[in-house]
Design a protein. Structure first.
Length: 186
């Protein structure tokens, strides 16, 4: 009878092998959760930048029509990431310089009005690419010249959204690469 009681007490503890198996399973589950959270966080950054960019396009169009003045959206790559700014004047009237921790520093030639500047920092692993250097808005008709498409994408290529701006200033957003839930394929 003492042998059974002693065996019952021994069965309550964990062996080293059992403990290592539990720790390994826990580590695998935590690694999977970390990757899922990282992917979700990058997607949220991408969606936020896309939403801000769409809002800036509409702001640009409204400002041009309201002010009765030709305005532009200009893109410029910097070592810190991609800078875009809303301004009056020629496409090369403003220059952007920035570091990844700071706001973009935009300098413009005299007579050029800067409405807004934004930096999409490369440190967030997201890039902004455009097939045009600058979009101009005609104040009389509110039209964009030239038309263009702007991609907001993850640097690893896992997800992207494309903003296609037509001549009337309407923006269609679609997913050019892997399926992006909530957006149709381009």
């Amino acid at each position: 009878m003492q042998a059974r009681t002693h065996a019952a007490h021994a069965a309550h503890g964990l062996t080293l092998v059992e403990l290592l198996v539990v720790m390994t399973v826990t580590a695998v589950l935590l690694h999977g959760a970390t990757l899922s959270f990282s992917t979700w966080l990058q997607r949220q950054h991408l969606l936020g930048i896309s939403a801000q960019f769409n809002a800036d396009l509409q702001t640009l169009r409204a400002a041009a029509v309201t002010r009765h003045r030709m305005l532009r959206l200009t893109f410029q790559d910097t070592p810190a990431g991609t800078c875009y700014f809303l301004h009056s004047g020629d496409a090369d009237a403003c220059r952007c310089s920035a570091n990844p921790q700071a706001e973009p520093q935009v300098s413009c030639i005299a007579g050029t009005e800067l409405l807004r500047a934004a930096l999409v920092p490369g440190s967030r692993r997201i890039r902004l690419q455009s097939n045009v250097a600058s979009l101009r808005v005609d104040p009389r008709h509110g039209t964009f010249t030239p038309t263009g498409s702007i991609d907001v994408s993850a640097t690893d290529g896992s997800s992207a959204l494309r903003h296609i701006v037509n001549i009337l200033g309407r923006v269609r957003t679609c997913a050019p690469g892997p399926q992006f839930t909530g957006y149709s394929a381009c």
